[in-house]
Design a protein around this ligand. Sequence first.
Ligand code: GAR
Length: 207
Amino acid sequence: MLKIAVLVSGGGTNLQAILDAIDAGTITNTQVAVVISNNAGAYALERARAKGIEAVCISPKDYDDRAAFNDAFLERLNQYEVDLVVLAGFLVVIPEKMIAQYRNRIINIHPSLIPSFCGTGFYGLKVHEQALARGVRVTGATVHFVDEGTDTGPIILQKAVEVQQGDTPKVLQQRVMEQAEWKILPQAINLIAQGRVRVVDGRVHIS
Ligand code: GAR
């Protein structure tokens, strides 16, 4: 059984997609041990509680500095002894110590086709604003392992989504979520739970 922690900062629609996929049996052999947020007001925490899943908030505001927060965060995460950490709209930079400890065991969903519209400053609606400003016809989403860079880790799955005439950032964001994110994030978790994902020389092999 793959034990996972899901880290969230906001609405938690990707968390919901994971929970629904577990209920539907499209993710098997997987248990969500904990949902952790940096933001006490995150609706994602409600979604976890509604399913009887432990919902934890650890806010940087409660610590003297970032180093103290990072240590407390890692210590708390370690308590759950998870096999995989899933960043589902988690907007805090992951400390290097955590990346090293969970090498190739942290995955992230990003709302573009990496390497387009990614890196520092590209998160949430901003990604879609930039895609529309550039006039791309196709965008999408990417699930990747997390390494020390921002959105630079090995790519697991990607799915393309068409941009339509008259799209606003919000409309495009919703389409990317519905057609790509909510599909490939559960798919990636299931592949990992079946032991089908390996990283070799910085690239992902799926068997
Ligand atoms: C999602 O679109 C996710 O791809 C994005 O934040 C949103 C969270 O929505 N993540 C990033 O931009 C990370 N760089 P949700 O809370 O409803 O799942």
